[in-house]
Design a protein around this ligand. Structure first.
Ligand SMILES: [Zn+2]
Ligand SMILES: [Zn+2]
Length: 253
């Protein structure tokens, strides 16, 4: 039997999948799991030069207070806003779980299409929230509290920004008619890439080093956005910033 079918057969037997608590628990678990390795690196980087040399802004330091204040806000936003929103969604649009898992190739194609759509939506949302000063001050400024990115600040945003991003993440698989398993895998991929973009580390195996022709921006690209502020608005890929003349590749220029 195919690995995706084995995974899907196991998943649909879990009663938690049908619970109204599932979306919020899934969201928090995926987020914290993606952040965990980078939080460990932050702890090690002040002691180990082998880790410290991969930091994009070597002078920056992540403290427990910073990480804890982000965690507190993220849990609060999930409990007070994401949970009620997902409850409404669960009640009015119950998910149908088909018995067959999707094909691997269609999963890959759908995830890539969802990522490209999300990249465009967030680029436009982000550009607008930097160009219109009251939108910036009211809705996006909270995410710019730190000028050097670190993993736990990925979802350290205003509630409007968090709900907008959750809306795009939910909308795209629905628009493309994705299988529920593809939707979950897109969610995990999207979250990992978002945390990676905020990690503050650049490794030889980082996604932007693996994707050819500079098509992917990743951690360096987004760290520069937090430092220089009016550049690199797209979360992942570079084509929208290239097209709008807002792409910046180097810290010293
Ligand atoms: Zn911004
Ligand atoms: Zn950011």
């Amino acid at each position: 039997m195919l690995p995706l079918q084995i995974l899907w057969d196991w998943l649909i037997q879990q009663s938690l999948l049908r619970s109204p608590f599932f979306p919020v628990l899934f969201s928090l678990t995926v987020y914290l799991s993606c952040c965990f390795p980078y939080v460990c690196l932050d702890l090690l980087s002040s002691r180990l030069t082998q880790v410290h040399r991969f930091k994009i802004q070597p002078q920056s330091k992540v403290t427990w207070t910073m990480a804890y204040s982000c965690l507190r806000k993220i849990v609060h936003n999930h409990v007070c806003f994401i949970f009620p929103a997902s409850l409404v969604h669960w009640y009015f649009r119950p998910v149908f779980y088909p018995p067959l898992a999707p094909e691997m190739l269609s999963v890959v194609k759908d995830i890539l299409a969802c990522l490209l759509l999300f990249d465009m939506q967030y680029f436009l949302w982000h550009l607008l929230h930097h160009k219109v000063s009251w939108l910036y001050n009211v809705f996006h400024k909270e995410h710019h509290f730190y000028t050097a990115a670190f993993s736990m600040m990925t979802e350290d945003t205003s509630i409007w920004e968090m709900l907008s991003l959750s809306f795009f993440t939910t909308l795209n698989p629905a628009l493309l008619g994705c299988h529920p398993l593809t939707e979950m895998l897109f969610y995990v991929t999207n979250m990992y890439l978002s945390v990676e973009a905020h990690s503050g580390y650049e490794f030889p195996w980082s996604p932007h080093r693996l994707v050819p022709f500079g098509l992917y921006g990743g951690a360096r690209h987004h760290d520069l956005h937090h430092l220089k502020f009016r550049v690199n608005y797209a979360p992942y890929f570079t084509h929208w910033d290239r097209l709008f003349g807002t792409l910046k590749k180097h810290f010293f220029l």
